[in-house]
Design a protein around this ligand. Structure first.
Ligand code: ADP
Ligand code: MG
Length: 627
């Protein structure tokens, strides 16, 4: 510590974006001013949690046995004096440098984003300020002056005070404070004098901070219930309480998509209150920044982000798991290896999947939301951990050639299968609209057989590991030798339009010379109906699903060699074949073959850059419109 720090007050300038923020806060009137208390309590609670974890491994701290609590006081003042409030915590505290950095000189991207939002007229500052990492400054909505007196938990740090009236500067100087933690002394603005009332403060604590996990005393009495909601019997808790608890825990202002509350007493004691957030990505300033659940034993928090209970593909589950069978004061390593942990994990995983299954049955709309948001997590799960397939596949949903806007499960697909059908068919591609036009679908449309649309890159990625479901093989329909039931070649006229051998062979020969190395073979298709050509994989092609992935991963992606199958009875092929016979030098021929190939690549989702087709299309149009 330097002499300067001990004897002088130092004046600092707020970062530019904080100045702007303060300016807005000081000069406008907001409807929910009372949220300043929520923000201060939330900061105090963070500081207490950090203290709690520090003391698990470090006993050499100031006031090692002090109660972890928050105290809110309304000191007496003279008639003429401005009213005051003090918010005090026994948390981790801040030393000289931390005070300066944390409350004023750290660059705050959140502040900028916050201000961008404030420009929006229909937006109430107080609703969201806490989500931008600038919650502390909301105190200036009600304060004329704020003093933050803090003493760090480190034995050799001394107390400091930070003083500001919310204009451009703040001052930091040495202070008197013998106990650990932080005190926020607020001198209220005239217009905010109403907050200097224990009754009022107690109301606000109830409203926003009832479930904060440390006692909050207003005056002499505890104001928050701090009850462990998860310890209540599920039949006694209301959804409203669950939502409130969730909000206070996460600062996510969207209600959770799913709440799961359950308990069991044997063989292992377990209470769990779990949430699936409505969005997979937490908001930038969400309180809980990491995956994992809160792990409690005997009502003591032993891990704040426990990821060892659930597999990675469920790491979006948030909430509380409490078991009295877990030993207190366990290190992270032993938690991981603990037999009870394994048992807890298995029980919870099963329960979550069961609830999801129930959701899919009872509220398909909501399940669709879940699937849109988290389906990829499950696909990643199958990719990383093939043993999870059995549990996860029943929860998968796809669009199909018959599902319309709905999604279908594999089981529902099987149920719709005609008796003669033995395999589950899927087509890979980039999006449902494109694959709906896929030439591979021709024979399936002709036979009225349903095909699943696998249009997520991850679908292609995991396709090789999905061999079967419920005893039925899963088959990619670009397979050249699929065994489909015969259909009657009905009318005679169709037969008549089939191209003669000579003309057809001419066309095939021209394709071979035009496309060269790009195709391994050009041959007649036995299945195409409405489409002129399609691309199929050679039998020995290395993992064709992976080729598709390559396109996403690899900048220098090379289009894989394919077999071009030609529909002998398609009028376009007939026209081209005749043109080859009669005017072999017509430019239209090669251009058309190139375009047929390019279109087929697009339909496969394999074209490296579809816009390359545009000059050719223009040329074709030019030729077609020539008089
Ligand atoms: P956030 O809480 O999102 O980080 P705030 O503006 O509310 O943003 O607080 C800024 C920082 O100030 C906190 O991250 C923390 O480091 C520090 N801080 C605020 N209040 C306290 C407190 N009571 N005890 C210790 N540190 C605090
Ligand atoms: Mg905060």
């Amino acid at each position: 510590m330097t002499d300067k720090e001990q004897t002088q007050n130092e004046s600092y300038s707020f970062k530019a974006e904080i100045k702007q923020l303060l300016n807005i806060l000081a000069h406008s009137l907001y409807k929910d001013q009372d949220i300043f208390l929520r923000e201060l309590v939330s900061n105090a609670s963070d500081a207490l949690t950090r203290m709690h974890f520090e003391s698990l491994t470090n006993r050499d701290v100031l006031d090692v046995d002090a109660e972890l609590a928050i105290h809110i006081e309304v000191p007496e003042v003279g008639e003429e004096e401005p009213k005051r409030i003090i918010v005090k915590d026994s948390g981790i505290g801040m030393n000289h440098d931390e005070l300066i950095t944390n409350l004023g000189t750290i660059a705050q991207s959140g502040a900028r984003e916050f201000m961008a939002k404030v420009d929006d007229e229909n937006f109430d500052v107080s609703d969201v300020i806490g989500q931008f990492g600038v919650g502390f400054y909301s105190v200036f909505m009600v304060a004329e002056e704020v003093r933050v007196i803090s003493r760090s938990y480190r034995q050799d740090d001394t107390a400091v005070v930070w003083i500001s009236d919310g204009s451009d500067n703040f001052v930091v100087e040495p202070a008197e404070k013998s106990d650990r933690g932080t005190e926020i002394h607020i001198i209220l603005k005239k217009g905010a004098a109403e907050f200097a009332s224990e009754w009022k403060l107690r109301q606000i604590v109830k409203k926003y901070s009832d479930f904060v996990r440390y006692p909050i005393y207003v005056g002499e009495n505890q104001a928050n219930e701090q009850s462990s909601l998860w310890r209540k019997s599920p039949s006694e808790a209301a959804q409203e309480e669950y939502d409130q608890f969730y909000q206070q825990m996460t600062m996510d202002f969207e209600p959770p998509l799913l709440t799961i509350h359950f308990s069991s007493d044997s063989p292992i004691h377990l209470r769990a209150l779990l949430y699936i957030p409505s969005k997979r990505e937490p908001g930038m300033m969400a309180l809980r920044k990491e995956p994992g659940v809160l792990l409690y034993s005997h009502n003591v928090l032993i891990q704040e982000y426990c990821t060892d209970l659930l597999p990675d593909w469920l790491n979006f589950v948030d909430g509380v798991v409490d078991s009295e069978d877990l030993p207190l004061n366990v290190s992270r390593e032993t938690v991981q290896q603990n037999r009870i942990m394994r048992h807890l994990g298995k029980t919870i995983r099963k329960r979550v999947l069961r609830e999801l299954k129930k959701l899919a049955e009872k509220e398909p709309e909501k399940y669709k939301k879940f699937w849109d948001e988290y389906g990829r997590a499950f696909k990643e799960g199958v990719a990383m951990d093939p043993s999870a397939k059995e549990e996860l596949l029943p929860l998968f949903r796809y669009h199909s050639s018959k599902s319309g806007v709905e999604l279908s499960s594999l089981a529902a697909y099987i149920e719709r299968m005609p008796e003669s059908q033995e395999e589950i068919y899927y087509v890979l591609g980039n999006d449902a609209d494109t694959v709906a036009q896929s030439p591979h679908l021709d024979p399936f449309k002709a036979r009225d057989i349903e095909v699943l649309y696998w249009v997520d890159p991850l679908d292609a990625f995991i396709a090789p590991s999905l061999q079967e479901f419920d005893g039925k093989k899963l088959r990619n329909i670009d397979d050249a030798d699929l065994d489909l039931p015969e259909i009657e070649q009905s009318d005679e006229t169709e037969k008549e339009t089939i191209l003669a051998d000579k003309a057809f062979n001419l066309f095939v020969g021209r394709c071979v010379t035009t496309l060269g190395e790009r195709v391994t073979e050009v041959r007649e298709s036995k299945v195409l109906k409405d489409s002129p050509v399609r691309l199929v994989s050679p039998e020995d092609a290395p993992n064709k699903e992976m080729q598709r992935i390559q396109r996403y991963l690899d900048q220098n992606y090379e289009v894989p060699q394919k077999i071009l199958e030609v529909n002998r009875s398609h009028p376009l092929i007939g026209n081209l074949a005749h043109m080859i016979e009669n005017q072999p030098d017509n430019e239209l021929i090669n251009l058309s073959i190139e375009q047929l190939y390019a279109s087929a690549l697009v339909q496969e989702g394999l074209h490296p850059n579809p816009s390359q087709m545009l000059p050719r299309i223009q040329e074709l149009m030019l030729l077609a419109t020539k008089e």
